[in-house]
Design a protein around this ligand. Sequence first.
Ligand SMILES: Cc1ncc(COP(=O)(O)O)c(C=O)c1O
Length: 395
Amino acid sequence: MQDNNSKILASGPAGARETVENLVNSLIREVGNAGMGLDDVVALWYGEPDAPTPDFICQAATVSLNQGDTFYTENFGIAELRQALGDYMSALYQRPVDNERVAVTASGMSATNLMQQVLTNPGDNVVVTAPVWPNLIETVRIMGGEPRFAWLQFGNQGWSLDLEQMFDMVDGRTRAMLINSPSNPTGWVMSHDEMREVLDFCRARDIWILSDEVYARMYFKGRAAPSFLEVAEPDDKLVVVNSFSKSWCMTGWRLGWLTAPSSLMPTLEKMIEFHYSCPAHFSQVAGVTAVRDGEGFVTETVARYKQARDLTIDRLQAMPKVRVHRPDGAFYAFFAVDGMTDSLNTCKEILRQTHVGLAPGAAFGPQGEGFIRLCFASTLDRLEDAMDRLEPFLG
Ligand SMILES: Cc1ncc(COP(=O)(O)O)c(C=O)c1O
């Protein structure tokens, strides 16, 4: 009897788990949906490169399909890709990363979801650097966990994190620190020194670090943004999530990877089997080509985004109502608009009047209100056009 009652209490009106029914829709999508049917929209709302996947990567997938790579693969992904990723990270970070610690995943998003399933019990909490891409927060909520926001500060020198404040949020139910650097939406980048402090703190308290480094290569001050892989030991309680989506323009391929301590791999293997079993074989083959032959493409893309960033920031900084910093990483301008208290309706109004699609700051957590995110992974012409349209509104 008691069991039946608790089942009823745990479900929402549609009969799904209450926690899941209570998830809120993405406010970014809400603006996107408002743009359906509008012509001539400059869409800078989603975090997506505007260029298609380069030909040499697509061709690798075609060859793979033609040779019959249409079956399941190993849970952790094909050996060739794990090896390619181990080699890639070892070269990038100048420290050996064993391919046995690599699991290829069906996107960065599924890697993060998987990790929450692995770590978070109902009632546990996860301390998250914020403003933050909403999908990351929801992975904690889906498990019945509580996300605790460690807010970045928007000061004269750009975005910064108060580590002491973040550490103060930890209690006996904290399972992990979820850190996204380079950050979506702010472009903030955590330094090696800050990473070392977080690592020391987490080691002392036996807390996991989940480091979302999907923008590792979208970095304007060097070849790659600082990584926890450069400061941690292989057996630290650290999982680094990465993705093919941004670096190689492969959002639709649903391919990512994570790097974990060896002791966690048997658990991950089971979880992957029960989650998505393996990523698509031909996507993985394309991934091998991306990692092995795509360095020139990444370098060119980042150079293109750097110009795009500078154009966007220069134009925004000239608009009297806007306050913005030049981000060191990722591909977003996250700017404050003086006097704006409702970013969702402002984005809808901007869309209606100018046909420029932007993402409301409120989507990235409560302290994101007052800000708007613009994705500058676009051509200079489109960005100029967007800025010309926005100027009367934000000038
Ligand atoms: C911070 C962050 N993490 C993870 C992802 C997920 O990337 P994907 O699922 O396409 O690999 C994104 C995508 O926008 C992101 O911004």
